[in-house]
Design a protein around this ligand. Structure first.
Ligand SMILES: C[S@@+](CC[C@H](N)C(=O)[O-])C[C@H]1O[C@@H](n2cnc3c(N)ncnc32)[C@H](O)[C@@H]1O
Length: 229
């Protein structure tokens, strides 16, 4: 596959520990638990969480690129995303972020924090994985977090692909999976949510929608929890 083309595929925008804490109710996760951040990209969560004593591993297909290539793409994506945001500002709730300028500074802090950590711990915490394919062992993690990857892009990845990825994450996770948001890019609950919750293939798991203390896309303040045991 063409490396450059692939790097263009997804927007490299990352979130911070503070955002993950709110999106995923992290207060209910013990610091001793092994956490996997699936499609973690340029989020600073892994870096900040490990500095705070959590045990977090990050997995994303973008980690095959070098820090300079990733940084260049982040800076370009951030500029373009902020420009596009002006015309769709009304789809978002402006309280956690007061305005576009504050959002831009926050996102810049996230990717800079990531790049710094990636240069230091590339072979340790940042694992190249193109899901559903991965080299993790069965039950390797206690909890897996999936932020801004599944359901959000329901127009770009079909239901079968969502299913394959979730099945793989179930295989490598011992206790539970938390997914945020469950809204898509139109700021509507993804139709895949209802399909997934009624899918017989997942009958063995307890699946719940839980309200969280984070809402940026209007109405997008819910996470999906899949309890494995
Ligand atoms: C919008 S970013 C979200 C990053 C981070 N989770 C956050 O919330 O800040 C989406 C990420 O999904 C990654 N991605 C896309 N397809 C993937 C796949 N099949 N396997 C692993 N990562 C993938 C991209 O490289 C990108 O970093």
């Amino acid at each position: 596959m063409d490396k450059k083309l692939e790097l263009e595929d997804f927007v490299l925008i990352g979130r911070t520990f503070e955002e993950y804490y709110r999106m995923f109710h992290l207060e209910s996760i013990d610091k001793n638990e092994k956490i996997l951040d699936v499609a973690s990209g340029v989020s600073s969560f892994c870096s900040e969480a490990n500095a705070k004593g959590y045990n977090v591993t990050a997995a994303d297909r973008v980690y095959r690129f070098n820090p300079e290539e990733i940084e260049e793409k982040c800076s370009k994506d951030l500029k373009e995303t902020m420009e596009k945001l002006t015309s769709i500002k009304a789809l978002y709730k402006w309280d956690f972020f007061k305005d576009i300028e504050q959002l831009k500074n926050h996102r810049e802090r996230a990717y800079r924090g990531f790049i710094k950590d990636f240069k230091l711990y590339r072979d340790d915490r940042y694992i190249i994985s193109e899901f559903p394919s991965n080299n993790f062992k069965e039950n390797q993690f206690d909890v897996s977090l999936i932020s801004h990857f599944l359901f959000l892009y329901d127009e770009h990845m079909n239901y079968e692909f969502h299913k394959q990825i979730i099945n793989e994450v179930i295989r490598i996770t011992r206790k539970e999976i938390r997914i945020f948001p469950i809204a898509n890019l139109k700021a509507q609950r993804s139709p895949f949510i209802e399909k997934f919750m009624g899918d017989k293939a997942f009958n063995n798991y307890e699946i719940n929608i839980v309200k969280v203390n984070y809402e940026f896309i209007k109405g997008g303040n819910e996470m999906l929890v899949v309890k494995i045991k």
